[in-house]
Write a protein that binds this ligand. Sequence first.
Ligand code: TRP
Ligand code: SF4
Length: 333
Amino acid sequence: MKQVIVSGMRPTGKLHLGHYLGVIKNWVNLQDKYDCYYFVADWHALTTKYDKTDELKQNTYDVVLDWLACGIDPEKSVIYVQSLLPEVAELNVYLSMITPQNWVERDPTLKDMVKILKTKEGQGQQMNYGLLGYPVLMSADIMMMNADLVPVGIDQVAHIEITRDIARRFNNLYGEFFHEAKPLLNECSLICGLDGNKMGKSYHNDIKISDSEDDTSKKIMTAITDRSRLRKDDLGHPDECEVAFKYWKIFGADDEIATVRSECEQGLRGCAQCKRQLGDKINSILAPIRERRKYYEEHLDEVDDIIREGSAKAKEKASQVLDGVKELVKIYK
Ligand code: TRP
Ligand code: SF4
């Protein structure tokens, strides 16, 4: 029996290279070894964006399109949408009953989310009941498939600690049933944004998986380089080249990186030329991904089928788990 993996993403729109390198690439690599369930967490999006739902459906498509483009394979993994699985909401009810209030209130990831909401960026939003339940709903996602492992970024680990606590509490109260899911930290490289800060859509420093080659090249030309370098033949310092050289280290082959380094250090390579080459390099790596995305954009009916079929498969597993839960809770059924 293969171990079960569950992970999800909120539908925030088109994904960028930070998502690809930090999360999706890892998901792709796990597909052969595990039973993988990957889903769009649209209810989680509503915990903060309940008043901005016009683009929810398009955002859901965009996330799935990017996954398929990057190599999440519906023949290997189950791809589904959270809201198509009402069983998750039902499990959320049972888990809510056994989760002490202070477990959710002290969740550091949730505290960070609330902090942002209260600022101007979050338009001074208050904490809703649903948002307080974010970690419990996330536990329901994970426990719905009785997952063993959850591949996520470091920022999500606190939520998964709560999931483990809730699973343990359920098992103690009602009988051994749920696995205690462990976080599986992404091994993939972290990529910074074009300005050297964390890559993010709202910082306007990202390169999207779905950007055109032209846009990608133009964006790369804005990447920060060695700030002390004014002319092409000034001797460069690749290790102080804040963004461009870091990208070379992520995308270049070993010999290319060595060439860039030595030419930069000897003043034989101008930054503009260097970034033009870097843009070409990144575009060539993304070409097959973008081609696959284009195919699915033109065949949205296939994407719908993938989501419906995946959700049906996920539902099968979910109803088994829910049946076991009801049995143990001794609820009328
Ligand atoms: N909270 C996750 C994020 O913001 C998304 C998510 C929801 C998730 N449910 C999950 C991730 C279950 C892993 C497992 O990225
Ligand atoms: Fe960075 Fe390339 Fe300029 Fe060197 S030549 S500072 S590596 S952009």
